[in-house]
Ligand binder design. Structure first.
Ligand code: EPU
Length: 441
């Protein structure tokens, strides 16, 4: 087991400069398993250095793939030697997105055995719609000792019509992964429209798949027997970009956020502008600055193109610093307000009732020892810590490292006072006292 680490932040520094956004986590965790669908090697560029990628690559290696590091953010993946279609609990439990190995292995072998996934503690996250898609494509599914066993029998995957009962990113991606190898036409209705769905489809199309309509709620896939190798760059991460945009605003900074697709940031930009943040858009960058007060707003999270649930905790941290009463309605996830207790420790005034949070902007937060309870909760605490007066220590940062590449390095380059330290189990208090005496950590 890795030694637990924590971030120690001395807040109150204004972020200035430029930050480069990495490849999208939620795209790459589907694209890496999708390399199993090709009979030739693939080169994937703009791969973010995050632990979810490490886990995906480890699973590919365990299955028998040859994974070669080609240089910064680039891997060559040769899955020709893969003979196994089993992803055991030990690997799958580390990452919720391991469920993409179901669609990919089913597409390749017509059979897979994948342990039910672990992942973020965001409440009940069923995968019934994934199973519905596989069954509609002609597969038989069964659960055996925590392993999902899916097989097509002799008839193989058959093109079909799939209507999702709710808008789901994961099931839409899994249906695409399996349907590209099905016989005939598959039509997915009520599909999710997130940029990472379009990216998965573009990647598969670059291998020779025939997918139309990704990014709309109807996706049509004509199955293909043979998919070739390809070279493909993952899109930039819209949520990482949004997180740095909010961090810049929370510290009253001026930051150029580079390597982004501004179109993917529309809903985030629109909300931030309502809060009073100034945002300039360029071809592949946005500049965030603040030249007036931050003001209250109301937000409801929705599937894309609505305001993303994955930005909800970060924007809440910003609204704690705004004037007035803001309201946030969570329209996607079951339990996404668990971070509120931690923000309260930093002086936030937030009341939660079911899927609604009411935030009284206090204009000020104070440093405290806190714990990240999931990935985006961790990002919100980072933002709060950067804006707060005094020292904040954030524990359980493995959640943050699942989805943010070198967050402390990127923030330090922007002028933040942040350090990653090994957790001395009994010495958090000592750290507070020691670092408070220093100008920089
Ligand atoms: N749902 C079902 N049945 C299913 C699938 C989903 O009822 O079979 C429900 C869920 O319970 C949830 C809603 O549908 O209430 C949306 O779930 P979705 O399937 O869209 O989420 P996901 O695929 O499990 C992905 C991201 C999450 C992100 C959500 C929503 C990946 C690997 N994960 O999860 O990312 O919050 O979509 O956009 O793509 C994160 O990056 O921090 C993160 C948690």
């Amino acid at each position: 087991m890795k030694t637990p680490k924590k971030f120690v932040i001395k807040g109150g520094r204004t972020l200035r400069g430029e930050v480069e956004i990495s490849g999208a986590k939620n795209a790459v965790v589907a694209i890496l398993p999708a390399t199993l669908l090709s009979d030739e090697p693939c080169v994937i560029e703009n791969v973010p250095e995050i632990s979810d990628v490490e886990i995906s690559l480890r699973i590919l290696r365990e299955l028998g793939a040859e994974v070669t590091y080609m240089g910064p953010h680039t891997y060559r993946i040769d899955t020709r030697g893969v003979l196994s279609y089993t992803v055991p609990y030990e690997s799958a439990r580390r990452m919720r997105a391991s469920y993409y190995f179901m669609g990919a292995l089913l597409g390749r072998f017509g059979h897979c055995r994948v342990s039910l996934p672990g992942g973020c503690p965001l409440g009940d996250r069923p995968i019934d719609q994934h199973m519905k898609a596989f069954k509609r494509l002609g597969a038989f599914t069964r659960l055996e000792q925590g392993m999902v066993d899916i097989t097509t029998g002799e008839h193989g995957l058959q093109g079909t019509q799939i209507f999702f009962d709710c808008v789901t990113v994961g099931a839409t991606m899994n249906a695409i992964l399996a349907a590209v190898k099905a016989e005939g036409l598959t039509i997915i209705e009520n599909a999710a429209k997130e940029p990472h769905i379009v990216d998965l489809a573009s990647f598969l199309n670059s291998m020779g798949a025939d997918i139309m309509g990704a990014g709309t709620d109807t996706i049509k896939i004509r199955g293909t027997k043979y998919l070739r190798g390809t070279s493909y760059a993952v899109i930039p991460d819209q949520i990482e970009a949004g997180t740095y945009m909010v961090a810049a605003a929370a510290t009253g900074g001026n930051v150029l956020v580079k390597n982004v697709i501004p179109k993917h940031l529309e809903s985030i930009i629109s909300v931030m502008e309502k809060i009073g943040v100034k945002i300039e858009q360029f071809d592949d960058a946005v500049r965030v600055s603040v030249d007036g007060p931050l003001v209250k707003t109301s937000i409801k999270t929705r599937p894309h193109p609505g305001f993303p649930t994955d930005m909800q905790p970060q924007i809440s941290a910003l609204l704690c610093l705004a004037e007035g009463t803001s309201m946030i309605k969570e329209g996607v996830s079951e339990q996404r307000f668990q971070y509120v207790d931690e923000l309260r420790r930093m002086g936030a005034d937030i009341q939660v009732d079911g899927k609604v949070a009411v935030i009284e902007g206090t204009g000020h937060l104070t440093g405290a020892p806190v714990k990240a309870c999931d990935l985006r909760a961790g990002a919100a605490l980072m933002i709060a810590g950067l804006a707060a007066s005094g020292i904040t220590t954030i524990e359980d940062i493995y959640h943050i490292e699942r989805g943010y590449a070198d967050m402390e390095g990127k923030l330090r380059a922007l002028g933040a006072c942040i350090e990653k330290k090994t957790v001395p189990q009994d010495a958090v208090q000592h750290d507070h006292a020691q670092i408070a005496r220093q100008d920089a950590v």
